[in-house]
Design a protein around this ligand. Structure first.
Ligand SMILES: Nc1ncnc2c1ncn2[C@@H]1O[C@H](COP(=O)(O)OP(=O)(O)O)[C@@H](O)[C@H]1O
Ligand SMILES: Nc1ccn([C@@H]2O[C@H](COP(=O)(O)OP(=O)(O)O)[C@@H](O)[C@H]2O)c(=O)n1
Length: 230
């Protein structure tokens, strides 16, 4: 049997990671893991449980025990805590504005890394592969993935996409995202490619071309693997 195909994709907000990863996973018939949604779910759950986000010990204790449920079908990914589905809630401003506070907690990150590795293994067992996307997948969660990609895009392109997606003014989005990227980059390196990571700049290409660019990198990597194995 072939080895499972793990595709790791990192990058800052608005580069196209989530939308491109979902389409790539669908096209390849493999699982999809949105790791950002996991940090968002933890932030939501802390707020819902009235945990003080400045109390890092309480946040990290909650991270160990909360009942996070990730659905990894790329055609219908889902996020839940216990029986409650929170797909919409985790995209709201109340979560987006605090998510970096839980994501910069190093105990939380260690717990998430383990959960993410387990989920990737589960996704691979179910479908033969997994596209996992976030900020530290190529470097920390799956540094041995067969395919490792950093998606980048100019700040203007990223802001325009996000504001179109959220239907809000570009300038309002800009400061929020720039601040979040800055805070996030204190714990993860996701603006320049680590060794062996392929950069795809999506600034001047459209969505379909971004998908094709990822599939091209996947094809090259898997062709290389079969040559090495053969
Ligand atoms: N060239 C492109 N590549 C990827 N996404 C694009 C592109 N142009 C526009 N978009 C759109 O940008 C939006 C933001 O993409 P998303 O996948 O949410 O980014 P991220 O997960 O990196 O924050 C989506 O609505 C996506 O369809
Ligand atoms: N691998 C990851 C993924 C996300 N995150 C955190 O989770 C937040 C939300 O991630 P996301 O991918 O949903 O963010 P955007 O698509 O809005 O950029 C980020 O701002 C980071 O704080 C992380 O720390 N590590």
């Amino acid at each position: 049997m072939n080895d499972p195909l793990i595709i790791a994709i990192d990058g800052p907000s608005g580069t196209g990671k989530s939308s491109v990863s979902k389409t790539v996973a669908t096209r390849l018939g493999i699982s999809y893991l949105d790791t950002g949604a996991m940090y968002r779910a933890l932030a939501w759950s802390c707020v819902a449980s009235a945990i003080d986000l400045d109390d890092s010990a309480a946040v990290s204790a909650h991270a160990q025990t909360f009942d996070l449920r990730m659905g990894m079908d790329p055609a219908a990914p889902s996020v839940g805590v216990g029986d409650r589905r929170i797909d919409r809630e985790i995209r709201e401003d109340a979560v987006t504005s605090v998510v970096s506070r839980v994501a910069t907690n190093l105990d939380v990150r260690a717990n998430m890394k383990q959960r993410q590795r387990d989920l990737i293994a589960e996704g691979c067992a179910a479908t033969g592969g997994c596209v996992a996307e976030g900020r530290d997948i190529t470097t920390v969660v799956a540094p041995d993935a067969a395919v490792r990609i950093l998606m980048t895009a100019s700040e203007d392109a990223r802001m325009q996409r996000r504001s179109r997606q959220l239907r809000v003014a570009t300038e309002a989005t800009r400061s929020q995202i720039v601040d979040r990227d800055r805070t996030d980059s204190t714990v993860s390196q996701f603006t320049t490619a680590a060794d062996g990571v392929v950069t795809i700049d999506t600034s001047d290409i459209d969505f379909a071309q971004s998908v094709d660019a990822v599939l091209h990198v996947v094809k090259e990597a898997t062709d290389d693997l079969s040559t090495t194995a053969g």
